[in-house]
Write a protein that binds this ligand. Sequence first.
Ligand SMILES: C[S@@+](CC[C@H](N)C(=O)[O-])C[C@H]1O[C@@H](n2cnc3c(N)ncnc32)[C@H](O)[C@@H]1O
Length: 217
Amino acid sequence: MRLVKIILPKAWIQDRKRDYYYRKAQENGYRSRAAYKLLQALTKYHFIKRGDVVVDLGAAPGSWIQVAKRIVGRKGFVLGIDLKAIVSFPQEYVRITIDDMNDSEIVQRIFECLPREADVVISDVAPNISGVWDVDQARQIDLATISLKISLEILRPSGNFFVKVFEGDMLNGFITEVRKHFGFVKIVKPKASRPKSSELFILGTNFRFINEKNESP
Ligand SMILES: C[S@@+](CC[C@H](N)C(=O)[O-])C[C@H]1O[C@@H](n2cnc3c(N)ncnc32)[C@H](O)[C@@H]1O
């Protein structure tokens, strides 16, 4: 019998992979395949711990909330914020609010929901994609910058920050900004993030609270 080597197109392999995380999310009861991006980053960097207070910006439909709540447990707290409604969770330590991160009173409203300052801010917030590359990258960096600003107000000293960005011209400037405020900064590309997508995540740990809140830069 003759053996024929079949070379599979890259796009086909990538689509299969996407389906793999989509199916896995469905099998494991996650609301979105995005759960695996956070899970994979956490497996490597452990930036959410039991008992933590976590704020999830751009949280709908809620798979990052599912991941975070499982880790923080009853002694922790998770607040999910999105423009869209999120189906609620039965646990009393999970709270959801419909809000716009651009709102001038967002920090105050977040504090009204939290039991104390946040240990971790995670942000998967994303704009509606226009298809125009420059526009989408700029919007994503804008949202990441708003996520950073909110984090600087609500994080405890040594807290952690994990945010989605797109590769592009504006990324280095954003990373420089994150470096000013966090002791350790890392660019993360989880396997569940499609290889052909320009999506990346920036992790900042060990928030330099004293410098930011009590001293001028
Ligand atoms: C990729 S989804 C988040 C998925 C989520 N991490 C999960 O695992 O289910 C991005 C979310 O950002 C939200 N979003 C975009 N702009 C926002 C804004 N200005 N304020 C709040 N949420 C926003 C969108 O409504 C959308 O639900």
